[in-house]
Design a protein around this ligand. Structure first.
Ligand code: NAD
Length: 478
């Protein structure tokens, strides 16, 4: 693996790839071994100022590029991403740990976002209002301006792809700061855009000290819009910074997805889907199914069968063929799991499976199932972001909905039922940005993706995600 990962990484600013040179560096760690695999240059304030100037200068050029030409470049970048997906996937597995097949799939899925947004931008129609003869009033959508985007380490390519694809399709320039822990795969995505012919300065990628980079970029008059995916506390902090300049924000923050499993559902189908999805990316997914509320009549059977299936998940280095789960992405995650699981146990939870780190190098944790978890256990209230399913029984539909809605978060929610009435009520009453019933698809690319309550605001993907990078203007002529 070490021979495929670059020994040092680069920033891309103002059309130039910049090496470490005299910049401070940060080590990149392989989570399967805990060892350093590369050095990442940290942007200085002078680098950030250069990026801001380039974003400002390139914005009108890109804004005034006909939408068809913008779309051609984005589609070409998507084609390059598909072509390079095996290599980019390997970089992602090396820096993030997920199984290689999941990493390659993430790159291809990200390419689809560029295709979707390329087409969406062409159909971003305004409207003509009814006026007397000789007068015209119309509404049009225009790109908001240069964007600063911040993305996390759990989906190193897909989360920044959401921001890049929409901002670029809308006609904005964008400075992206992905997570410093997983830099190589998003760097290669930006390379696809540059190789596809994106004009210099339109998409730039920087790394550094996150707090310094975000405060400097957000404070600049150049930046008109902020997009962030990550934790609730950091989202709150960035929103305060954005408030100073009254800048628009899209914030996709944590979740703690409830799963309501009703007695009338197709249990085998629900179990197969849920177990695969729970441990995908080692549970480090903002829409991961986490709080399992299961109707009393099938609770024991569900817990037993879920545990049996979870037991079969193989955990190893993401480069080993056909494994189900890799390590957690950084040492903070196993530490958080230990803390949450011992608290749950102390408050009466039964550990049906796992509940401990694996005895090997790297940040490996066993797939875990907890039942009868007390509502006051931390894990029922704070997003675990790890390979753990927590289960509780319920009796009535009202009780299930009340439990699903009890947290101040609302990103994804899931339900399994064969009753149309139950499905309709669940769909209407659950407080979440996305509800999937009898399936787990909440991120198809052409539908809005985003949360309610403290899970954030604004939508990514589809027409709503494109509009997030546009301002609405009314023009009145007589
Ligand atoms: P964190 O809160 O320190 O960081 C979250 C993300 O924000 C990281 O990508 C980090 O690089 C970035 N970040 C941190 N401070 C920043 C700043 N001042 N400006 C700009 N970016 C900044 O925590 P963490 O340990 O990386 O993750 C902890 C929790 O965050 C997880 O348990 C999970 O709840 C949440 N999280 C959510 C998502 C998501 O997809 N919504 C992704 C990653 C993490």
């Amino acid at each position: 693996m070490s021979n495929i990962y670059p020994q040092s990484l680069q920033l891309h600013i103002d059309g130039e790839w910049l090496d470490v040179e005299d910049r401070d560096v940060r080590h990149v760690i392989n989570p399967s071994t805990g060892k350093t695999i590369s050095d990442l240059p940290k942007a200085s304030i002078a680098d950030l100022d250069r990026a801001l100037n380039a974003a400002d200068r390139s914005f009108p050029i890109w804004r005034d590029t006909p939408v068809g030409e913008r779309a051609t470049i984005l589609r070409k970048a998507a084609a390059l991403m598909r072509e390079r997906a095996p290599e980019i996937g390997r970089l992602m597995t090396a820096e993030q740990g997920k199984p290689l097949a999941q990493a390659i799939g993430e790159v291809s899925g990200s390419a689809n976002l560029f295709d979707t947004m390329a087409e969406e931008a062409k159909r971003c129609y305004g409207r003509v209002l009814v006026r007397p003869t000789g007068q015209q009033s119309f509404v049009k959508y225009q790109p908001v301006g240069p964007v600063a985007a911040f993305s996390p380490w759990n989906f190193p390519v897909f989360t920044p792809a959401r921001k890049l694809a929409a901002a670029l399709a809308a006609g904005c320039s964008i400075i992206l700061k992905p997570a410093e822990e997983t830099p190589a795969s998003p760097i290669e995505m930006v390379r696809c855009l540059i190789d596809a012919g994106l004009p210099s300065g339109v998409a730039q990628i920087v790394f550094g000290d996150p707090a310094q980079v975000s405060s400097h970029l957000i404070a600049s008059d150049v930046i008109r819009k902020i997009s962030f995916t990550g934790s609730v506390p950091v989202g709150r902090h960035l929103m305060k910074l954005a408030a100073e300049g009254l800048k628009r924000t899209t914030l996709e923050l944590g979740g703690h997805a409830p799963v309501l499993v009703f007695e009338d559902c197709d249990l085998d189908k629900a179990l197969d889907l849920l177990v695969a999805q729970k441990y995908r990316n080692a549970g480090q997914v903002c829409v991961s199914p986490t709080r399992f509320y299961v109707q009393s009549g099938i609770y024991e059977k569900f817990a037993t069968e879920f545990t049996k299936r979870a037991e079969r998940i193989t955990v190893s280095d993401g480069f080993i063929d056909n494994i189900g789960m890799g390590p957690l992405a950084n040492p903070r995650r196993p530490e958080a799991m230990e803390r949450l699981i011992s608290d749950a146990k102390a408050k009466g939870a039964d550990v049906r499976l796992g509940g401990e780190a694996m005895d090997r190098d790297g940040y490996f944790y066993r797939p875990t199932v907890l039942t009868n978890v007390s509502l006051d256990a931390d894990i029922m209230n704070n997003e675990p972001f790890g390979p753990v399913a927590v289960m509780r029984p319920f009796d009535t539909l009202d009780e299930a909905i009340e439990q699903a809605n009890r947290l101040p978060l609302g990103l994804a929610a899931y339900a399994f039922t064969d009753s149309l009435r139950t499905a309709n009520i669940v769909g209407d009453k659950i407080e979440a940005g996305m509800v999937a019933i009898n399936n787990l698809t909440v991120s198809p690319g052409d539908a809005p993706f985003g949360g309610v309550k403290q899970s954030g605001h604004g939508s990514e993907d589809g027409p709503d995600g494109l509009k997030a990078y546009m301002v609405t203007k009314a023009i009145h002529q007589s």
